[in-house]
Design a protein. Structure first.
Length: 269
């Protein structure tokens, strides 16, 4: 199948719509946040539900051939969307809801289109910084419409900045990272989609997360792939899987750094 958004006009239309909706439905609610606690213990705000509904309506009206899998949809709806014969959108309306609910300006809107069991496009928009990361399969990645590529300099692992989510790691690995860290410094920001994009942009060189959902990583995974970055789960499998379920993620700005990073993890996991 040809890339359905190879047409510049359609691609620009989609990007502009997501930016406009995020500013309207998410940013205007920032600093005025109320939330509830979902059954899994995560937070849900009005921005999550409103953004998902507005994006769903826009996509259905504009590209009705694709189903929608949203984070805030029921499991049955999510599964049906994945099985849709022409493909589905995968949406996280506010990735980093805990940050958003606590007035921390690090959250994003993540949208991917999955056709034939793989992402063919991804958008991750950071409304607080007005940064739009995007990619199309085989056509490269962009940041605010400018080409985004992995840095040409490959640092030693000991000089890397790691974006590490300790909370979801096995105790042995978390302890090894805390006491024998192979990198120079570590950060944890709280938005999986932006984590992938920041690695792609060289704002960190290695990445580790123990447990993320399809809507968290689908768009960011493709963006990193299209910049020349590399990733796998902790078992060495491809991170992206076209199914509902949690995945671990090990990633780096390029394949050389990834091999060093993954080898260290395997020795200490």
């Amino acid at each position: 199948m040809s890339q359905p958004f190879s047409d510049h006009q359609a691609w620009s239309k989609l990007k502009q719509a997501i930016v406009a909706l995020a500013q309207q439905e998410v940013m205007r609610r920032f600093n005025q946040v109320g939330y509830e606690i979902k059954n899994d213990g995560s937070l849900l705000t009005e921005a999550d539900t409103s953004m998902q509904q507005q994006v769903a309506d826009y996509l259905k009206n504009t590209w009705p051939e694709f189903a929608l899998l949203g984070e805030e949809s029921s499991l049955e709806t999510q599964q049906a969307a994945l099985e849709h014969p022409t493909g589905c959108w995968v949406l996280d309306p506010v990735d980093g809801t805990t940050n958003f609910a606590n007035h921390i300006p690090f959250f994003s809107v993540s949208l991917a289109l999955v056709i034939g069991g793989k992402p063919v496009l991804g958008l991750v928009y950071d409304p607080a910084r007005d940064e739009l990361f995007s990619a199309r399969l085989g056509l490269g990645a962009e940041l605010n419409d400018q080409p985004l590529k992995a840095p040409t300099i490959t640092p030693d692992l000991k000089h890397c900045v790691g974006i590490i989510d300790f909370k979801r790691l096995a105790p042995a690995l978390a302890t090894a990272l805390a006491t024998q860290a192979p990198y120079a410094s570590q950060r944890s920001f709280g938005s999986v989609a932006l984590d992938w994009c920041w690695i792609a942009a060289g704002r960190g060189q290695v990445y580790l997360h123990g447990n993320q959902s399809l809507w968290d990583y689908a768009a960011g995974w493709l963006i990193l792939e299209e910049t020349g970055g590399a990733s796998s789960n902790l078992e060495g499998e491809t991170v992206f899987q076209n199914k509902i379920g949690k995945r671990s993620a090990v990633a780096a700005i390029n394949s050389t750094t990834f091999c060093l990073w993954h080898a260290w993890i395997q020795q200490h996991n």
